[in-house]
Design a protein around this ligand. Structure first.
Ligand SMILES: C[S@@+](CC[C@H](N)C(=O)[O-])C[C@H]1O[C@@H](n2cnc3c(N)ncnc32)[C@H](O)[C@@H]1O
Length: 307
């Protein structure tokens, strides 16, 4: 894959139109100056309130974008399995993209904006890609920011034959009814978009640091089962921390072993693969920030035991 446009050998750059959309939405809400200033010592993990969401959106959104881009662009060849999987699913045709918890949509927006820019510069062919995007998230304000950003970049996506219809809704991974509502939406979307890509980004703060893995286990199991199909897949992307390589990803691998008929690791390595780089601030400060990422790619293909 030609990566020159997002990587100059030293620094990643965020898809230009997504960076511009982010700056415009920050400006509209009066957060642009804060976002250009120093970052809080402890990385914000978001949350249900307007205040938690604003803090996360202002100081962590570009880092989330850069983390997903680092895995996709794969500048040093360290995350090839995840990168190839993502390019394959986004090449064309129709796709149900399940991005949960979406926050302000950094995961899906990064993938779609990157593919659009690679198409615009004729690195990738412009095959029609119809996307049913499902954004589930506990914070309504975060969902609202995501929709604002998507509205801004949608014309750029459509120019590149990427047609997105979105359903964004409140989802609480700890709530049974909410989980059933999520999987009903997935089942419904699969009728027209049978190929599913599950994207989970930056959920380790909640699951590991806040100790919610056990309580979330049932909801996550249901999610995995319903995203599974003929040849579906997922990529889980987190900061490269011990709590992920030795914690979360091990627990996730165990969950896949329990759900053997629905999910399995693509390359067998329970720790996934990691990379790191500096990325250019998309807000015109001239600064760069460090980003690291660890990704775990997995198949979500149904295999009956007797097969
Ligand atoms: C660090 S953010 C990541 C968001 C997005 N995936 C990204 O990469 O920018 C974690 C998200 O988890 C959401 N969250 C927290 N508790 C949740 C819950 N019980 N159910 C679903 N989402 C939750 C937060 O609102 C926040 O948006």
């Amino acid at each position: 894959m030609e990566i020159g446009q997002f990587w100059d050998g030293e620094r990643l750059s965020i898809p230009e139109r997504l960076g511009a959309a982010y700056a415009a939405v920050l400006d509209k809400h009066g957060f642009l100056n804060d976002a250009k200033g120093p970052r809080p010592d402890e990385a914000p993990v978001g949350g249900v309130t307007q205040e938690q969401t604003d803090k996360h959106f202002t100081h962590a959104f570009d880092g989330s974008v850069a983390r997903v881009e680092l895995i996709l662009v794969n500048p040093r060849g360290e995350t090839s399995v995840s990168s190839t999987l993502l390019y394959q699913f986004l090449a064309g045709g129709s796709l149900c993209l399940v991005d949960v918890p979406s926050g302000a949509g950094a995961g899906a927006l990064t993938l779609l904006a990157s593919i659009a820019e690679l198409r615009a510069s004729e690195v990738l062919p412009r095959q029609p890609l119809e996307v049913r995007l499902l954004w589930g998230e506990i914070s309504q304000p975060a969902l609202n920011y995501g929709l604002e950003l998507l509205n801004k970049i949608n014309p750029v996506l459509e120019e590149q034959a990427i047609f997105v219809s979105v359903d964004s809704f409140r989802w609480d991974v700890l709530d049974d009814v909410s989980n059933v509502e999520l999987v009903q939406k997935i089942a419904q979307a699969k009728l027209k978009f049978p190929q599913v890509l599950l994207l989970v980004c930056n959920f380790s703060g909640f699951l590991e640091r806040q100790g919610k893995w056990k309580a979330a286990n049932e909801g996550l199991g249901l999610l995995v089962r319903f995203c599974s199909g003929d040849m579906n897949a997922g990529v889980w992307i987190e900061p490269d921390q011990k709590a992920v390589s030795k914690g979360l990803f091990g627990k996730l691998s165990k969950l896949f072993r329990e759900l053997l008929e629905f999910a399995r690791l693509v390359d067998g390595d329970e720790e996934g693969a990691a990379s790191s780089a500096r990325f250019a601030c998309p807000l015109g400060t001239g600064r760069t920030h460090r980003v690291n990422a660890r990704a775990l790619p997995f198949e979500l293909a149904i295999k009956r035991e007797k097969e």
